[in-house]
Design a binder for this molecule. Structure first.
Ligand SMILES: [Zn+2]
Ligand SMILES: [Zn+2]
Length: 122
């Protein structure tokens, strides 16, 4: 990803990331602007190139989130499912379990092609 007017990428600012149709794990549609040239671009781009721009302000092995998409180690993470988690906490430690406080939490499971996986609250 480079600005076609000035030919470099140091002034690029990401505006949007959207899945392509049909969905791809290696390409996304990205919208960005070059702050120096005041030009905007919108086109399919390599996920790794997008992640490289996103990763400038963080470590490469961090999960980076942008516009609802999650990236890990330069790859786009895929949502692989939802889990309903039941968290149970006794209210009284000297009574039976009838009064247990049940908390249900829906989480989404995100998977990176490298095998890394995280669960986030919906
Ligand atoms: Zn430019
Ligand atoms: Zn990864």
């Amino acid at each position: 990803m480079t600005c076609r007017a000035c030919g470099h990428d140091r002034d690029l600012e990401l505006h949007s990331i959207a899945a392509l149709s049909p969905p791809s794990t290696v390409m996304v549609e990205v919208g960005y602007a070059c702050r120096a040239c005041r030009r905007t671009y919108l086109h399919p781009a390599d996920v790794a190139a997008v992640a490289e721009i996103l990763n400038r302000e963080s470590h490469a092995d961090d999960v980076v989130t942008f516009a609802g998409s999650y990236f890990h180690c330069g790859q786009l993470m895929q949502k692989t499912g939802s889990e309903l988690r039941r968290l149970s906490a006794p209210i009284f430690t000297d009574r039976t379990t009838e009064d247990d406080l049940d908390v249900y939490l829906t989480t989404q499971v995100l998977h990176c092609p490298c095998g890394f996986q995280i669960e986030l609250p919906e």
